[in-house]
Design a protein around this ligand. Sequence first.
Ligand code: BDR
Ligand code: CA
Length: 323
Amino acid sequence: MADRTTRIPVIIDCDTGVDDALALLFAVRHPGLDLRAVTCVAGNTDVDGVVRNTLRVLERAGAPEIPVARGAERPLLEPARSARHVHGADGMGDLGLPDPARAPVDVDAVTLLRREILASPRPVTLVPTAPLTNIALLLRTHPEVTRNIERIVFMGGAVSTGNATPVAEFNVWHDPEAAAILLTAGVPITMYGLDVFTRVLVPGVEVRRLRASVEPGARLAGELLAHRPAGPEPDGDDPAGGLGDAGAVCAVADPAGLTTRLLPVEVSLAPGPTRGQTVVDRRARPGESEIHEGVREQALVNVALDVDVNRYVKLWLETVERV
Ligand code: BDR
Ligand code: CA
């Protein structure tokens, strides 16, 4: 493994979560990444469940020393609304993993984020794979952290179709105000949205091989992928499993696998059917709204429009299986 001065310092803010777990497994095993801390927020399940799941995954991955902190237990304005119907009653696939041996650190997520970002010898890449509540609280409480943030690569939003609603993706929909704060952080931002998120699938034959592994981290990866079958394989083989959030961490390790475009993005905060939508402006020229009412100020975001699926699946498999 490269030494700490050459690896990319990374902090993941997550709601573990089946696919957050796949992201953590990748991050701790990639030789070019230096996972310095993990912070937890309510999302897929309640925040205490997220902390428990995160500690379990890190222990199983053989990385029990990475600091983990508990963060916000609900969004800025709304009540928490879990996604347990997708991620299981325990929020991480109900795999019956043992309780973690350790507790989270004794400071909250915002404090740990500030501490680790400012202490890093190189600017940190922040990877939120969850509702953006912790990140918004961090940016509003300690805006000075942006001086040591290289960029933020977040899983959230969608150019086209949503999942929580027809137009809104879960992480943004869960806390739209927090997502709006993130977009105006003043650091380079990459939006790894549903348009690419849903496409990165591990073939069933690989899922089966991982599940049979004697190495605990790889076996856990297989069990997690099997919990989220992406539909039957065309040849009747085992179903493929989605990498989900893990694709956003692949994009940090290997940015060339992602095609992005710098585009204006705005979060819809209006009540009603568009709330939580990421409105991405892909028009080639200004429209009547700009001509008659002037140009609105909007964040410019590197929006992921395409992904090299085979490249990321290969990268993720090689990384998770290397021990
Ligand atoms: C996002 O929502 C969660 O259920 C997943 O972990 C992912 O971060 C996808 O909309
Ligand atoms: Ca997540």
